[in-house]
Ligand binder design. Structure first.
Ligand code: ZN
Ligand code: ZN
Length: 127
């Protein structure tokens, strides 16, 4: 069982299964919402459960996606495309990320200029 939570515990989740790799998005929106670049694993919705949602709030970041965060501590937790049967979970919120490997870096063209792109995974200019 995979578990994770926000910094204060007002949002917590569990998942039967997550992707073996994390994706890293360097787009401007992800950088703003996460404070750096967004790192996420993906979980099928049918094996995903919120075990605490007291602090959960959603922000419609575009016409096609929303972002879940904790309105008590401010942690960025989720990114979900409309109609998709999976949810993206911020890799930093996992209790144990030992089984997760670097996947790919996307929207590299939009990255912040204050850091170098890690060479741990393929770079993709856009998506
Ligand atoms: Zn919180
Ligand atoms: Zn992004």
């Amino acid at each position: 069982m995979i578990t994770g939570q926000c910094e204060c515990g007002a949002v917590a989740y569990e998942a039967d299964k997550i992707s073996e790799t994390a994706s890293f998005c360097h787009c401007t929106q992800c950088r703003r919402t996460s404070g750096h670049y967004w790192s996420a694993v993906m979980a099928p919705l049918d094996g995903f459960r919120l075990t605490q949602e007291r602090g959960l709030a959603w922000y419609a970041s575009s016409d096609w996606a929303k972002r879940g965060f904790c309105n008590a501590c401010g942690s960025s937790l989720f990114y979900q495309l409309k109609g998709e049967d999976a949810i993206n979970i911020a890799a930093g919120t996992l209790d144990d990320s030992s089984g997760v490997k670097p996947g790919k870096h996307i929207f590299c063209k939009d990255r912040g200029l204050y850091y170098d792109l890690p060479n741990d995974a393929p770079h993709i200019e856009k998506y």
